[in-house]
Design a protein around this ligand. Structure first.
Ligand SMILES: [Zn+2]
Length: 204
């Protein structure tokens, strides 16, 4: 009886040593949350930045998430999520709006590279959103065209940043080419706001 029990324990340990990492693997969203936690707590690991990683990904990329973020120099996704080479497929444009090129880049990331998560990443004190909110958009017609309808009910910058993220999230969720993946749960779309001072990303 005791020997049988030992065999069972041995089998479980062997199984877990081979497949444990897969069993406990993070979801893409958890992976981003953990990376941001490291950034906030100043315990960065700088994963996947080795020579080996660079060489291993030179012919193929499989980013686990797509980030549609603002061009703001203080909101670099690889840094604030503590990720490395070939982890994130990133689209950055002032005010993190979608637009035609953004939409096609995003579709490429999902349909060709099989990313499982899309994050629309806004941030506080966004200059692009502030410009549109205050009607100060001379010379930036495209920015106004994309952001104005998204923030039409907002009165403060904080509200405008959030409603812009939610607006883009809705736009993405309505893309016909993503319908099946979203309905089957193979793709997730999340809005998020980055706090410039604390470094924390809050998912909406
Ligand atoms: Zn911004």
């Amino acid at each position: 009886m005791r020997i049988k029990l030992l065999y069972i324990v041995f089998a479980i340990i062997t199984y877990l040593s081979y497949f444990g990492s897969e069993l406990w693997a993070c979801t893409p969203l958890e992976q981003l949350k953990k990376g941001n936690e490291r950034y906030v707590n100043n315990t960065l690991e700088h994963p996947n930045r080795s020579l080996e990683r660079r060489e291993a990904t030179s012919f193929i990329q499989e980013p686990f998430a797509i980030i549609l973020g603002c061009s703001d120099s203080r909101v670099s996704p690889e840094i604030i999520f503590d990720q490395g080479i070939a982890d994130l497929f990133i689209i950055r444009v002032a005010g993190n709006c979608l637009g035609d090129l953004g939409r096609e880049s995003l579709l490429f990331g999902v349909l060709a590279l099989h990313a499982k998560l899309i994050v629309i990443l806004g941030h506080d004190q966004c200059g692009a959103i502030q410009a549109v909110l205050s009607g100060n958009t001379a010379g930036f017609p495209a920015l106004e065209e994309h952001i104005k309808p998204a923030i039409k009910n907002a009165t403060t910058l904080h509200e405008a940043v959030q409603s812009n993220v939610l607006y883009v999230e809705k736009e993405i969720k309505e893309l016909p080419l993503l319908k099946e993946l979203l309905e089957s749960g193979q793709l997730q779309v999340k809005g998020a706001i980055y706090d410039l001072r604390t470094g924390a990303v809050s998912f909406l």
